[in-house]
Design a protein around this ligand. Structure first.
Ligand SMILES: NC(=O)c1ccc[n+]([C@@H]2O[C@H](COP(=O)([O-])OP(=O)(O)OC[C@H]3O[C@@H](n4cnc5c(N)ncnc54)[C@H](O)[C@@H]3O)[C@@H](O)[C@H]2O)c1
Length: 271
C-alpha cells in the first residue's frame, strides 16, 4: 500500500496506460479521479476500480481546453477533497492518412530489402489542424492540468506530478514530427517546472515509454507493429502494467529524491 490514503487525478485514464495506472494506484490504496474525453471509457474504469474495493470518480473533460480543465479540478476536489498526485497521460498518436500509407510502404521495403525510397513527406504536407491538435492535447493539456494542480499543491507544500512523455521525445520518430515535438516539449516542461516547484514540496518527473501494447497501437498495421518489436532489443512490446509500475514508484515516497527525471521503460530501445 505505497499510496495509502493518497488521492490522484489521471488524465486519459479510460484506456491503455492511464487505465493501468488507475488500477495500479487503486491497488496501492490511492483514490483516483479518472479523466477521459470519452464518458463511457471513464465510467468503465471507475467501475473497475470500485470492483477492486477502491475509490474512483469520473472526470470527463478535454485536457486541451483550459477552462474545461479548471472546471475538472473543481469537480475533482468536490468529489475527492484532496490532490496528492497528477498523472498527465492523455494523448493521441495519429498520422495523417497519406503519411501512414507511405510508412507502411517504407517498412515493407526495409523488412524485405533493407533500403527504401518511401520516406514519407510528413512535415512538408502536414495540415495546420493536425499539428495544432497534437500539440494542444499533449503539450497544452499537460500545461493546463499542471497549472491547476499547482494551485492546490503549492499552498499544501506537497505533491507529485508525473508527465507521460515518450521515446519519441528522446529520439524523434520518423513520420511523427508533431508527436515527437510535443513529447520533447513535455520533457523540457518537466525539467523546468521540477526546478521551480521542488522548493515548495512538489516533485515533477516524466516517464518516456518505448512501444507499449495499448489501443494507441491499434491504428498501426501488422507490418508496423512487427517493425516496432524488431527494433526493440527485448523482442516484445511493453505492457501497460510495466509502465504503471514506474508511475507507482514515481508517485510514492520511494522516489522522494527524484526531481525532473525522465524514466524510460523501453526494453532496450534507447539506452
Ligand atoms: N502506447 C505506447 O506505445 C506509448 C508509448 C509512449 C508514450 N505513450 C503515451 O502514453 C499516453 C497514453 O497512451 P495509450 O497508449 O494508453 O493510448 P490510448 O489510446 O489507449 O489511451 C489514451 C486515452 O486518452 C484519452 N484522450 C485522448 N485525447 C484526450 C483529451 N483531449 N482529453 C482527455 N482524454 C483524452 C483517450 O480517449 C484514451 O482513452 C499518451 O500520452 C501516449 O502518447 C504511449
Amino acid at each position: 500500500m505505497r499510496l495509502k490514503s493518497k488521492v490522484a487525478l489521471i488524465t486519459g485514464a479510460g484506456s491503455g496506460l492511464g487505465r493501468a495506472i488507475a488500477l495500479a494506484f487503486a491497488k496501492e490504496g490511492c483514490a483516483v479521479g479518472v479523466n477521459d474525453l470519452r464518458v463511457e471509457a471513464a465510467d468503465a474504469v471507475v467501475h473497475e476500480v470500485r470492483a477492486l474495493g477502491g475509490t474512483a470518480h469520473p472526470l470527463v473533460a478535454d485536457v486541451a481546453d483550459s477552462r474545461a480543465v479548471s472546471e475538472m479540478l473543481t469537480r475533482h476536489m468536490g468529489a475527492l477533497q484532496s490532490l496528492d498526485i497528477v498523472v498527465n497521460n492523455a494523448g493521441i498518436g495519429v498520422m495523417e492518412d497519406h503519411v501512414r500509407a507511405n510508412v507502411d510502404a517504407m517498412i515493407g521495403d526495409l523488412v524485405t530489402t533493407g533500403r527504401t525510397d518511401h520516406v514519407p513527406e510528413a512535415t512538408s504536407t502536414m495540415q495546420d489542424e493536425h499539428w495544432r491538435r497534437t500539440l494542444a492535447i499533449h503539450l497544452d493539456g499537460t500545461f493546463h492540468c499542471t497549472r491547476e494542480a499547482l494551485k492546490i499543491m503549492e499552498p499544501a507544500r506537497h505533491g507529485s506530478i508525473i508527465n507521460m512523455a515518450s521515446i519519441a521525445g528522446l529520439t524523434g520518430i520518423m513520420a511523427m514530427p508533431d508527436y515527437s515535438a510535443a513529447k520533447a516539449g513535455i520533457i523540457g516542461f518537466t525539467k523546468s517546472i521540477a526546478r521551480e516547484v521542488i522548493g515548495r514540496g512538489v516533485r515533477v518527473n516524466a516517464i518516456a515509454p518505448g512501444y507499449i501494447d495499448t489501443p494507441l497501437l491499434d491504428a498501426l498495421s501488422d507490418t508496423m507493429k512487427q517493425s516496432l518489436i524488431a527494433q526493440t532489443p527485448a523482442g516484445r512490446l511493453g505492457t501497460p502494467a510495466e509502465v504503471a509500475a514506474t508511475a507507482v514508484f514515481l508517485a510514492s515516497d520511494d522516489a522522494s529524491y527524484f526531481v525532473g527525471q525522465v524514466l524510460s521503460p523501453n526494453g532496450g530501445l534507447y539506452i
